[in-house]
Design a protein around this ligand. Structure first.
Ligand code: GAR
Length: 208
């Protein structure tokens, strides 16, 4: 199974959705690490209670060395994929390049509409009929990588940014595990095939 690290900054409800989905026998990924940038993020307490491996890092205290420290932890845990889940920190280009094609993010809008913050308020201000969420690959440019999956959520008359965000969050919890599972199956399958080929190749002299 692909080894996934979830990075969070706060509540961690998407992290929990990924963790619970990962407990199914047929899920192609497992949550091998939960970490983030704020040691007091409530989601870390939840992850610990659920028995997930947690590494607390304090980005403010570590300064520039934070990204190297995080990278060391990811390598130590043999991580295949990084899932950002409410991770509210801009990732430096060097880090994104080190993990190219291996970082996914969930964003609470139908990208390419409404990158950045306050997405539901913008959707309401524009009189949109639908909002939603997007899972996408992370590239150096914010909220702009390849879209892996989206879900629409209707906007109701009388919705506030908060009520709308609450329903979008329900949709996020459905979307993220499904899309991560689909994506995790790809590199994992490739790795499995490579291992089988290597194992066969090493036996060739015996067979011949
Ligand atoms: C989620 O709605 C997620 O889409 C959003 O933060 C929330 C985190 O909630 N992410 C972003 O805005 C990223 N730009 P959670 O901590 O309960 O998963």
């Amino acid at each position: 199974r692909a080894r996934v690290a979830v990075l969070i900054s706060g509540r961690g409800s998407n992290m929990a959705a990924l963790l619970y989905a990962g407990r199914a026998d047929d899920c192609p990924y497992e949550i091998a690490l939960v970490s983030g940038d704020r040691p007091n993020a409530p989601g870390l307490t939840l992850a610990k209670a659920e028995g997930a491996p947690v590494v607390s890092l304090d980005a403010r205290a570590l300064g520039k060395s934070y990204w190297d420290a995080l990278n060391d932890e990811l390598e130590k845990a043999s991580i295949d994929l990084i899932a950002l889940a409410g991770f509210m920190r801009i990732i430096p280009t060097t880090f994104v390049e080190r993990w190219a094609g291996r970082i996914v993010n969930i964003h609470p809008s139908l990208l390419p509409r409404y990158k950045g913050l306050h997405t539901q308020q913008q959707a309401l201000d524009n009189g949109d009929k639908v909002s939603g969420a997007t899972v996408h690959l992370v590239t150096p440019e914010l909220d702009s990588g390849e879209i892996l999956g989206q879900v629409e959520v209707a906007i109701l008359p009388g919705d506030s940014a908060e009520t709308l965000a609450g329903r979008v969050l329900i949709a996020e919890h459905q979307l993220y595990p499904r899309i991560l599972a689909r994506y995790a199956a790809r590199p994992f399958e490739a790795k499995w095939i490579e291992e089988q080929v290597d194992a066969l190749a090493s036996k060739l002299p015996e067979v011949m």
